[in-house]
Design a protein around this ligand. Sequence first.
Ligand code: PEP
Ligand code: MN
Length: 336
Amino acid sequence: MMIIMNVEATVEQVEVVVERITANGFKPLVLHGEERKVIAVVGQNPYSTHEQYVYLPGVEQVMPISRPYKMTSREFKPQNTTFPVRNFQIGGDQVIMMAGPCSVESRTQLLETALAIKEAGGQILRGGAYKPRTSPYSFQGLGEEGLEILAEARELTGMPVVTEVTSHDLVPLVAKYADILQIGARNMQNFALLNAAGASQQPILLKRGNSATIEELLMSAEYILSHGNRQVILCERGIRTFETSTRNTTDINAVPVLKSLTHLPVFLDPSHSTGRWEFVAPIARAGIAAGADGLIIEVHLAPEKALSDGAQSLKPERYAQLVRQARAIALDVDRC
Ligand code: PEP
Ligand code: MN
């Protein structure tokens, strides 16, 4: 249930409602909107009814929410969530272009790639330092050295960086270096990691698990939001279907569906969703047309030599061409 306070409600009136919620055995989550406060009532108590709140001073409306996720839902917060990451506004009018190699492989590789991406119109630099690989024999990432290289690339280019954190105990370390913490598809339901990411108060890029439903993705986001961290980006990166001609199947529906169900920004990763560089640009264009707030794309100077995900990586020239096309489509859908 959600309790919407009226515009003139005082701090004391909000406190009374919060106390009543707690006394009834629920957890109150207060959202400070621009105009008014909204309080989400989280938990289960069959003996509690919404009449217990309607007549409290300062309460304008009490709304039941049938969805299992609360703070993540559009009912809870009708306006889009936007937040700054250094000089960029995530979830605003501008479609945000994140790009970089799948893995940080070396200092020279990352610095050169970062400069090329910036030149091509990329805005936020990606690169994995901790790599969750299907095989234990594959390249696992440079670890903290990779984080240091990412920070150096940020110094050099001014681009904020996003990198994956694979375990809850690495959150403080990765948060020291990165502007955005990525939670990968394989960890979408790693609840210890979601809790640590929530507690960190850093912006989070949460990727959809490859067999997760949209509702499960939203429930995972709810873990982060329930810690008071509202800076969450959701990312569709393809799901597993019976189709084998691409690495995953882009659930392009997920973009408008998520936009309707939640206020959080929604990005698309056409690199992992297709697994083949030839299909990255068409699906990226479709994503912008479908209403995505940003793209995250793998770029490599020499994809044939990449230590991970070379087959789906674009060369910088192709990436530059894609950015131009994406910006034109963004204008067509009233974005920029
Ligand atoms: C990645 O971004 O390189 C990655 C491993 O992505 P995902 O978690 O979507 O597979
Ligand atoms: Mn990758």
